[in-house]
Design a protein around this ligand. Structure first.
Ligand code: KIV
Length: 267
């Protein structure tokens, strides 16, 4: 079983073999996703709202992200593991950006990092790539800009915004990114970006014409009671299954059904 690398992903784009990316934040989930053959495990800063109970991704710290990335890296034997640089750890100075990105590879066992933003991040991307850190880009609805955007809205809807997004994608590709997430972008705009880029594009609510598909694992497995975004397909309802099991446990303890003789040790 060989590891998914940047070269594997490039070959997949060229062959028209769709790439799968799911988020993972812990060891058991990483093992499960790896066994299912998912190509990329992204330890998204969505760990903030999905797992840590924050309102959005902004409070996530580098140490929290590294901690979760290391757990995922221990579980992923085949998948590429991508650490997601949290807000304010790559937007200040280039030196700080490279150092923080490098910690994902050096300390957490990740194979690449992701960062949000377009042309304004090109210099940092170039410096990371020159240091040997593969970088995944992220354009469209970039959640670290939620306050700037005034909410979670589809991006690239006007002709002008679409044009700027395409330019940003080309600038990031030129700076050295190996793949690009497009989040909440109209499908025809994502199709144009995919056609223009040589590297793979990954759709997170950007339609079917990208080279791969991305989802937050808790959304697609139905782990929470929050309403998922329109682009999510819920493949299971784990919350309902878990809740039923928990209620049954409580009932059986109260009624003296659990533990039964088969759960007890003899002398
Ligand atoms: O943090 C995250 O999970 C992400 C994906 C939704 C692309 O950035």
């Amino acid at each position: 079983m060989s590891r998914v690398t940047t070269a594997t992903l490039q070959e997949m784009k060229e062959k028209g073999d769709p790439i799968t990316l799911l988020t993972a934040y812990d060891y058991p989930t990483a093992c499960l996703l790896d066994e299912a053959g998912i190509d990329i495990l992204l330890v998204g800063d969505s760990v903030g709202n999905t797992v840590l109970g924050y309102e959005n991704t902004l409070p996530v710290t580098l140490e929290e992200s590294l901690h979760h990335t290391a757990a995922v890296a221990r579980g992923a034997k085949r998948a590429m593991v991508v650490g997601d640089l949290p807000f304010l750890y790559y937007q200040t100075t280039i030196g700080e950006a490279v150092w923080n990105a490098g910690r994902y590879l050096k300390e957490a066992g990740a194979h690449a990092v992701k960062l949000e933003g377009g042309r304004e991040r090109a210099e940092a991307v170039r410096a990371m790539v020159e240091t040997g850190i593969p970088v995944m880009g992220h354009l469209g609805l970039t959640p670290q800009m939620v306050h700037q955007f005034g909410g979670y809205r589809v991006q690239g809807k006007t002709e002008e915004a679409a044009q700027r997004l395409i330019e940003d994608a080309l600038i990031l590709e030129d700076a050295g990114i190996f793949s690009l997430v497009l989040e909440c972008v109209p499908a025809d705009v994502a199709a144009k970006v995919t056609e223009k880029l040589h590297i793979p594009t990954l759709s997170c609510g950007a339609g079917p014409h990208c080279d791969g598909q991305v989802m937050v694992v808790h959304d697609m497995l139905g782990c929470t009671d929050r309403k998922p975004p329109k682009f999510v397909k819920q493949y299971a309802n784990l919350r309902e299954i878990a809740l039923e099991a928990l209620k049954t446990f409580k009932k059986e303890v109260k009624e003296g059904v659990f533990p039964g003789p088969e759960h007890c040790y003899g002398k």
